[in-house]
Write a protein that binds this ligand. Sequence first.
Ligand code: ATP
Length: 361
Amino acid sequence: MMETTFTIAVLPGDGIGPEVIREAVKVLRAVESHLPDVRFNLTEYPCGATCFLATGEALPSETFEACCQADAILLGAMGLPSVRLPDGREITPQIDLREKLDLYCGVRPVYLYHSSDTPLKGYGAGEIDFVIVRENTEGLFSSRTAHNSSDSDTVWDVLRITRTGASRIFRAAFELAKKRRHHLTLVDKANVLPSMAFFRRVFTEVAREYPDVATDFCYVDAAALYLLKSPHRFDVIVTENMFGDILSDLAAGLVGGMGMAPSADIGDRAAIIQPAHGSAPDIAGRGIANPVAAILSVAMMLEWLKHPSTLRGANWIREAVRRTLQEPGLRTPDLGGSLRTNEMGDLIVREIEQTCSASTT
Ligand code: ATP
């Protein structure tokens, strides 16, 4: 049997990053032990605000080099409120990495595993199930490294949309919709901003290539309302960088919060897989962070690797999470439980072991 080895650069980062990555790696190793033909070569690299404090660099060149060589990058969380640039912004090497590696497609699945985890009435497991596709390389974030001021009293940020950038994110979103329920919603602000009217025109052009996918449009303010009132209406949502940033936190709140929100930032050749949450300094170091987002992110990484065995592994992880969360008492404190981070990880590993033993007996 031919064995395939995947090289994974692991960047635990700051705050709860290392705590949830430890559990994610534990789950990955459990999956690996049941896959005879794939191996994961994991190496940790420094990156983030803690690294910046220690070395003066948030993204050391050796870390970046390793990321360029890796088959996938598994990232915890970066940034600390106490570590800032002179203008007040936080250190965000994860955004630098995203831009340098041209990871234009931010994929944020939103899935309800149990009715007890949503603040909405009447939604059961699987009844909230959509994906936000966030454009990652332009939009309002494209201003973040520019010096946009004419004097000390005026600062502006530009919302930049290019035909190339918009077309490629729309195609990625249509391709995803084709694998799901064949419905794609464009979220924009085309009624006010010329950049967004252009975004919508490009969307309409690209949509002609996908006659089998139904489309609709939603202004971002209305999208915030509909996400709360009727999230089941969404299948795939595609949107601008900043809108995607905001709406994906709102969407995470529908299924239990940031601890339940996995994500992948994907380009044509590379991918960073990370929980959608930040470093959560308010709970860091206490062993109570919810590792489920990081663990579900590993499932996304296995899908990105596209090997038949890694695809099986991705299904095992999702099934193990689903089975673990069927018991509403088994939760970390963010979801009203009392489990510690490592205990949650252990339960998911146990379910993987049971699934795999059952499938081999
Ligand atoms: P960023 O801007 O870097 O994305 P943020 O400022 O949006 O970060 P987070 O660090 O994601 O903030 O935290 C938002 C809230 O969610 C905090 O109260 C934090 O404790 C909580 N939170 C985030 N991740 C988790 C987790 N894995 N488990 C439990 N609570 C979490």
